[in-house]
Design a binder for this molecule. Sequence first.
Ligand code: OSB
Ligand code: MG
Length: 361
Amino acid sequence: MELRWLSLPLVAPFRTSFGIQTHREALLLHVVGDEADGWGECVALAEPVYSAEHTDGAAHVIEHHLFPRLTGRDPSAADVAALLRPVRGHRMAKAALEMAVLDAELRAADTSFADYLGASRSEVASGVSVGIMDSIDELVTAVAAYLDQGYARIKLKIEPGWDVEPVRAVRAAFPDQPLQVDGNAAYGREHIAHLRGLDEFGLLLLEQPFDEEDVVGHAELARSVATPICLDESITSLQTALDAVELGACSIVNIKPGRVGGYLEARRIHDACLEAGVPVWCGGMLETGIGRAANIALASLPGFTLPGDISGSDRFYAVDITEPVEMVGGRVSVPAGPGFGRSPVPGTLERFTRRSIWLRA
Ligand code: OSB
Ligand code: MG
């Protein structure tokens, strides 16, 4: 297996409550199988500011703790999570490894991920996540441009000092557009009364305002505001998803395969939420075409009833490392090819690769 560190420039800086990104430091895994190769993408960010994982940490864990647990076993993707279970946490690292194995396995069987999942939709609704900006005018202009392109839903990043007024301005400019906000854990329970100020804007949801560990705080918030609460950072597994719903901490779940340890666990969360009547949607981590294509297939399962953070490749990248994901009329197409449906374009991959190492089975 090969590990590749890439650096892709973003079309514009992306600012959230936890920092400003100008590049995507991506980590790709390339497994060379007997019958087919497979690609995985680790969604950890360059710094551990969204969650505890980060790119170099994930690479270290994959090289020294995860990959050695698979060598000599030739596991099926369905066995990977169990083999890696002795290692605590590091879910994004585990997810990337399972993803690469699953891609190779599906390619060998000439099966698409959507067919493997049994999903039936051929396209899914495409939303866009809009960063924090320097002024409200700049934000309204950016949102107008995304709506002109056709995006089916707008998500605004918020933080203390950038919430009620920017949302008021966007809502006033676009009274009927589906709109939601994401606090990325920048708030605390002391902000509950303030967050009630968002209730008048008819938001689809308020995503993860409090700390990852403050599930009880989110339950208190959910009882105190009219806007539905959705959790992102707090949902790290099927168990934590079920617990959060049972506690009343959220009524909607953001599913990010990397955050929960892989696409197979993501599928289990989807199934349980569908059964429980809890709407889910697919989050994003500025994936390259590899992870973006995989997310589209996942989001074609029937419980994904809200538009995902699955925009076209050009929302973040002038040049993607794969054939780009295209958003047309607010929708993106479910890949039909084998595996996750996208592979790196060789020259482009080399152009953005900073470093690579081989791990031998
Ligand atoms: O909280 O959803 C988030 C990006 C990086 C880390 C966390 C988040 C995000 C986004 C962007 O909101 C989603 C995307 O990839 O479009
Ligand atoms: Mg989020």
